[in-house]
Design a protein around this ligand. Structure first.
Ligand SMILES: *Cc1c(COP(=O)(O)O)cnc(C)c1O
Length: 352
């Protein structure tokens, strides 16, 4: 470890993203939950229209075109919407803005692994609340425990969703804490709690354009909540980087949020592929959790998950395996195109 690192840097255990193939490598990539279909043609058009001399100028620091489109879509006022460079940044700003040493951060023990990384970065104490044996979130424990709350709903990598009533129970139990609900996958079958934002001052809902809007490469995320919470996020943003969305990201986000018709057909397609792949995997002896996302969380009755992952990789297919307690015999498989999933299934069938 370098002598130049400060204590914080020395103590970090950074997040490890799923493998991105190197230049020239061709894999079927069903390991990082990207969308297998392109963004709306209107998004590409909006980006192309903005590739011009105006790029010499800074973008709008408040990204208001993008925020307005998000606010309109969900019937919110503009001042209740925040935009950032991917929801990862929005989440990091939220931890910085609302959490402190004197209060624990409550998260499920199995969830998006960035949450513990942000806790380390911000030097926060995190309390991991075990999922129940069926991998659902233990709502009673979240109601009982004291602290700020971060929950992905639907949860990753389990793919399971909570209903709004459960989120409301948690909100009511934590009136003096901030409750962050990360809805990265909500468009694939979860129930959004954005409708509760006007009712609960302590609720912050985070969404991303990376999954259901096919824009992982553009880096756009949103948060919505009370004006109070959004003000807090702006204080952090303007103490860190005033221009979190670039000119192309702002117009791409606006166009994506205004083309629900295109994205509805993409989402319907992914959900229908998911259900047919699920059925086939169950016939092949896999346990498959009830996914409300664009991925399946699966475990085979007899075959070892890490062996399946290595075998698939040797045949040019990337899936995600986590060497984490309780889930090390599971794989997370992103839903790709029908052709990609047929290839995946035929490899599984051929496996000795
Ligand atoms: C993918 C993902 C994110 C990150 O999304 P970006 O907007 O691409 O940064 C956040 N939370 C969860 C649960 C995710 O799966």
């Amino acid at each position: 470890m370098s002598k130049y690192f400060n204590k914080r840097t020395k103590n970090l255990i950074p997040y490890v993203p799923g493998e991105q193939p190197k230049e020239g490598e061709t894999f079927i990539k069903i390991n990082t939950n990207e969308c297998p279909y392109p963004p709306s043609p209107r998004v590409i058009d909006a980006i192309c229209q903005s590739v011009n001399e105006s790029l010499r100028l800074y973008p709008a620091p408040d990204a208001s075109l993008a925020r307005r489109a998000f606010a309109d879509k969900y019937n919110l006022s503009l001042e209740c919407v925040f935009a950032g460079n991917g929801s990862d940044e929005v989440l990091a700003f939220s931890f910085l803005a609302f959490f402190a040493k004197d209060k624990k951060v409550l998260i499920p023990d199995i969830t998006y692994s960035f949450y513990t990384v942000y806790c380390d970065l911000c030097e926060l104490e995190c309390k991991q609340i075990p999922l129940k044996d069926d991998f659902t979130i233990d709502v009673d424990a979240f109601v009982r425990e004291k602290g700020n709350v971060v929950i992905a709903n639907p949860n990753a990598p389990t793919s399971l969703a909570l209903d709004i009533g459960d989120i409301e129970r948690i909100l009511n139990a934590h009136p003096d804490d901030v409750v962050i609900i990360d809805e990265a996958y909500v468009d694939f079958g979860g129930e959004s709690c954005i409708g509760l934002v006007n009712k609960y001052d302590n609720l912050l809902v985070v969404q991303t354009l990376s999954k259901s809007r096919a824009l992982a490469g553009m880096r756009v995320g949103f948060a919505c909540g009370s004006k109070e919470l959004v003000d807090g996020l702006n204080r952090i943003k303007d103490s860190f980087n005033s221009y979190t969305l670039d000119r192309l990201a702002i117009v791409a986000a606006e166009a994506a949020l205004k083309d629900d018709e295109y994205y509805k057909s993409v989402i319907d397609k992914i959900v229908s592929t998911r259900e047919s792949v699920k059925k086939e995997l169950m016939e092949l002896g896999f346990k498959v959790l009830d996914s409300r996302t664009n991925f399946l969380f699966i475990s085979h009755k007899t075959k070892n998950a890490e062996d399946i992952m290595s075998y698939l990789r040797s045949k040019g297919v990337l899936v995600r395996h986590f060497k984490t307690n309780r889930i090390d015999n599971y794989l997370r498989v992103t839903i790709g195109t029908d052709e990609e999933m047929d290839k995946f299934l035929s490899l599984i069938k051929d496996m000795e």
